[in-house]
Ligand binder design. Structure first.
Ligand SMILES: [Zn+2]
Length: 107
């Protein structure tokens, strides 16, 4: 198995584990507090998904005209850009791993 393939598989594991950990401990853990920055996920996103067959229409067509600091789409975009920026060195050091991570961040 090539080094690129090994990195690719590690990237899949890393991306899945990272998403699961962030979802469990940040979005649901910290987001359980209604005053938290992350509260939108549990209290809004999941409520909307329940109404629309597990799809949040806000993510399909973000309303750019009303984006503000309370917009869940804007919050998630900022977090995703942070994750991408944080992992930029991997693009040069471990391109196989990075080639898995970056498409994984796409909605
Ligand atoms: Zn959730």
């Amino acid at each position: 198995m090539s080094l690129f393939a090994i990195q690719f598989l590690l990237g899949l594991l890393y991306a899945n584990a990272g998403e699961w950990l962030m979802h469990k401990y940040i979005l649901h853990g910290l987001g359980g507090n209604p005053r938290s920055f992350w509260a939108y996920h549990l209290h809004e996103h999941h409520a909307v998904c329940t109404q629309y067959a597990m799809v949040d229409p806000g993510y399909k067509t973000p309303d750019l005209a009303t984006w503000n600091t309370q917009s869940k789409e804007l919050k998630e975009l900022v977090v995703l850009l942070g994750i991408i920026t944080l992992h930029l060195p991997l693009l040069f050091m471990m391109p196989g791993l990075a080639s898995t991570l970056y498409p994984y961040q796409m909605p």
